[in-house]
Ligand binder design. Sequence first.
Ligand code: AFP
Length: 340
Amino acid sequence: MKPISLTQFLIEQQREGRINADLRLLIEVVARACKRISIAVGKGALGGVLGSAGTENVQGETQKKLDVLSNEILLEANAWGGHLAALASEEMDDPHPIPDRYPKGEYLLVFDPLDGSSNIDVNISVGTIFSVLRCPEGVKNPDEKAFLQPGTQQVAAGYAVYGSSTVLVLTLGDGVHQFTLDREQGNFPLTHSRLRIPEDTSEFAINMSNMRHWEPPMRRYIEELLAGKTGPRRRDFNMRWVASMVADVHRILTRGGIFIYPRDLKDPGKPGKLRLMYEANPMAFIVEQAGGAATTGRERILDITPAQLHQRVPVFLGSKNEVERVTGYHLAADRAGEPA
Ligand code: AFP
């Protein structure tokens, strides 16, 4: 049987009363923007888009030409449709208002236009991550405060991976679904419904080069995994680290695993590398919807009320039993009053 397309899937969701017409349009527009980004990424050196743009984003990170282009594609695609009240991007200091010449809608769109961008120039998978919130009632001109809602308030989240194929993974709060871009037809057929992350895993993803900066419970957990069959876990574990969160999370959704970017003490003022609103919240929503778990090592990511748009958090997500175990190690160390 021919798979249904993203458009058909969304129409069915609307008929079943899960989404309204504006949210359907929003997801369609984001998917179309991802298709354009996928084309730009796929051109590589031929598109003249590799390399640095010579600018820095709000986090002080050097922007790649494709970071800037992807951000522009998402802004332009979403500004005029009438479904959004405002947008916020990892690449912009402040929320982006909808220009007055366009109608405004009830949703807020938050995105990381090109995650893993340090991998662009070396032809390794990168992606786009997005999250959709409702604009608080009565707010006509949403500022940063309107966006500071816990992840439990997300009405949709998803990501695209621009890899050997382009996939779009989406949750509307009722399971996780995967669509694959058909490059000839230009549409996104549904290729996997209701993805499930196995509860147990023997695969972990972490940047081990930071080990000397980790907190003791974090070191304990990884040392136990590394000890393999002869250690307390009594089995061998394998490690993978793409350094594009989208690609690492996609692998975990496909075959299980745990992804960790812990707090480290290199820069004690920074509670982690990854951004709560652009990376951790949408991925946590997706992972929980697929039966996995997502914490900061201490609390559920989706329960955090953000204090700032560009806030960072430690991230532990994926196969439930491993996330619960390492979270348990952190909580036990806190209870015992162990110094960090
Ligand atoms: P870039 O977008 O700057 O490449 O960062 C990617 C990322 O935010 C996330 O996608 C990776 O999991 C993580 O950083 C990789 O961080 P390290 O370079 O410290 O391993």
